[in-house]
Design a protein around this ligand. Structure first.
Ligand code: FE2
Ligand code: FE2
Length: 147
C-alpha cells in the first residue's frame, strides 16, 4: 500500500490475510493427507482459531474501519456486516474445536472435521476477500482517483 494513508491507517489487514490463507491451506493439506495425529490437527485448528481471533481484534481496534466509513460513508453497511461476521466466525471456530475435542479420530471424525473446516474456510476467505475489496475500493480507487 502507498504511504498516503499511513498516518491514521497504521493497520492494513492485507498482509495478514495472505498469511491466514497460507495457514488454512496447510491445514487443508493436513486434513486431506491425515499426515498428523488427529489431536495434533485439532491443536493446529485451535492455534489457528487464536490467530484469527487476534487478527479480528487488531482490525476492530484499528483505525481501518472507521477510516473507511469516514472516507466513504456509503460503505458503512458493508463495514457493519464485516464486524458482525467476526462474531459469527469466532463462534463457528469455537464450535468446531469444542466439538472435535472429545473425538478419537475415526474415519468419520476426520471426514466431519475436514468438511467443517472447508465450510469455515470458505466463509472466512469470503470475509477477508470482502475486506480486501473494500480497502482497495476506498483507499486506492476513491482517494487515488481524485483530481
Ligand atoms: Fe475481518
Ligand atoms: Fe481480516
Amino acid at each position: 500500500m502507498s504511504d498516503m494513508n499511513s498516518e491514521r491507517n497504521s493497520f492494513v489487514p492485507l498482509e495478514e490475510h495472505t498469511k491466514l490463507r497460507r495457514l488454512l491451506s496447510d491445514l487443508k493439506d493436513k486434513l486431506a493427507q491425515q499426515s498428523a495425529a488427529f489431536r495434533e490437527v485439532v491443536d493446529t485448528i485451535q492455534q489457528l482459531g487464536d490467530q484469527i481471533d487476534v487478527h479480528f481484534h487488531a482490525e476492530e481496534a484499528s483505525d481501518c474501519f472507521p477510516e473507511l466509513v469516514n472516507t466513504a460513508p456509503r460503505v458503512s453497511n458493508r463495514v457493519a456486516t464485516l464486524l458482525a461476521e467476526h462474531d459469527e466466525l469466532r463462534a463457528e471456530m469455537h464450535q468446531i474445536v469444542q466439538g472435535t475435542r472429545s473425538r478419537s479420530g475415526t474415519a468419520e471424525d476426520w471426514e466431519q472435521l475436514a468438511s467443517q473446516v472447508e465450510v469455515f474456510t470458505g466463509k472466512l476467505m469470503a470475509h477477508e476477500r470482502a475486506e480486501n475489496e473494500l480497502v482497495q475500493e476506498v483507499f486506492t480507487d476513491d482517494i487515488g482517483s481524485k483530481d
